[in-house]
Design a protein around this ligand. Structure first.
Ligand SMILES: *[C@@H]1O[C@H](CO)[C@@H](O)[C@H](O)[C@H]1NC(C)=O
Ligand SMILES: *[C@@H]1O[C@H](CO)[C@@H](O)[C@H](O)[C@H]1NC(C)=O
Length: 160
């Protein structure tokens, strides 16, 4: 649904736009230094994330970035916030957010962290790829040390 909405938006400005199929097999992002916690005002999180370049179609650029996010009104979930890409040559956008629902497992709050990476095709003009992945993680601040885990982007689409 989201993909077709996004496509429709772009299609309005590009008459020849057509959706492309994208594969996400063997593609993974590595999260490090995950740190998240809440107080009475809401919750904040931060992490670093990196993806290696891949050469199978579509070729994907390497990236590394720092992401932060903040909820409001005492909620846990957040809106998408832009991450800060480290490498200046990456012409892409990376965003992260905490989805609903948050679940209490024992004393730990488990939340789905969603990350999305969109980048221009490395070889073709006016073509973009969008990958999105979700991984459950915990609010760990004050309890366990910063954590590392992987996100496998399972949703993807391209726009030409
Ligand atoms: C990828 O596409 C989704 C669905 O349209 C959108 O919400 C998201 O912001 C896009 N990702 C980036 C990094 O722009
Ligand atoms: C996260 O945990 C919830 C609740 O256990 C589960 O329904 C969901 O499938 C998990 N999501 C992922 C991406 O593992």
């Amino acid at each position: 649904m989201r993909a077709s909405t996004f496509f429709a938006t772009l299609a309005a400005t590009a008459a020849t736009a057509s959706p492309l199929a994208a594969r996400a097999a063997d593609y993974q992002w590595d999260v490090t230094q995950w740190d998240a916690g809440c107080n009475n005002d809401g919750c904040t999180y931060q992490f670093k994330i990196a993806g290696a370049a891949t050469s199978d179609y579509p070729a994907r650029p390497a990236f590394s970035a720092s992401c932060t996010g903040q909820s409001t009104d005492g909620q846990v979930y957040t809106q998408y916030a832009n991450c800060k890409l480290d490498s200046k040559d990456t012409k892409g956008t990376l965003v992260s957010r905490i989805n609903k629902p948050a679940e209490l497992l024992g004393s730990r709050t488990v939340v789905p962290l969603q990350v999305s990476f969109q980048f221009a095709d490395l070889n073709q003009d006016n073509t973009y790829w969008n990958y999105t992945g979700v991984q459950n993680t915990t609010f760990n601040r004050g309890g366990t040390p910063p954590q590392s885990f992987a996100i496998i982007p399972k949703e993807s689409f391209g726009i030409a």
